[in-house]
Ligand binder design. Sequence first.
Ligand code: AP5
Ligand code: MG
Length: 217
Amino acid sequence: MVIRLVLFGAPGAGKGTQAVLLEKHFGALHISTGDLFRKAMKEKAALGDQVRSYMDAGYLVPDEIVMNLVHQELVDVIKDNGFIFDGFPRTVPQAEAFSQILAKMNQSLTAVISLEVEQGLLVRRISGRRVCPKCAALYHVDTLINKEICPIDHSTLEQRKDDAEDAVETRLKTFALQTLPLKEYYQEKNLLLQIDGSGSPDAVFARILSRLQPVFN
Ligand code: AP5
Ligand code: MG
């Protein structure tokens, strides 16, 4: 069975961390709209200029820009592959547009995994996050021996610009206002799996797999 997942959760909930584990386990593509926008900013592509001011301040990129990206770059990619969307959809209009895309391809979502993490822990995770600019590996300073160097390729680790305190506050508020309503949207469609996102990455991953098991049977 081809797996088609959406990973849903607040900033710092662990979407990126779990997506990497799910990608390896299921052989499905990990697609993060946030990563695609960050890449466009780094490569100084036109798309990067369009999204920079929203992202750096912690606001959502307008739906129209997000859906253009999905139509232009992602529809072909997901047509014949399993996928794990991380950070998309993020508003009800995005979810509705996505559902139409899937219907046109005769596809449907396997599940929407909502990672539930309390706010204090979200902030602790975000403030300690480090990212490798070369291989994109994600770390938390608490688990790094050398806090500045990527253990995989020895690049100097970076902090995301939107992990600054002001932007984090805006991201958390934006999540509550614009993204949280999606939970009800997917609950009504019987797709939502709410998972406790606290504990180690492996513990959270085991919870996800055990909740997904009945969906496959
Ligand atoms: P995006 O990149 O999606 O960021 P986000 O939703 O704010 O989420 P994060 O990436 O901060 O957190 P995460 O849940 O992936 O956590 P992670 O695994 O890294 O979006 C960024 C911006 O892009 C948005 O603000 C918006 O402007 C724009 N954008 C993107 N998509 C959009 C869309 N569809 N529509 C509109 N705008 C869009 O973990 C965090 C830290 O915790 C790491 O250090 C990690 O090592 C650690 N950690 C994770 N899990 C655990 C664990 N279980 N135990 C201990 N530490 C853990
Ligand atoms: Mg992420």
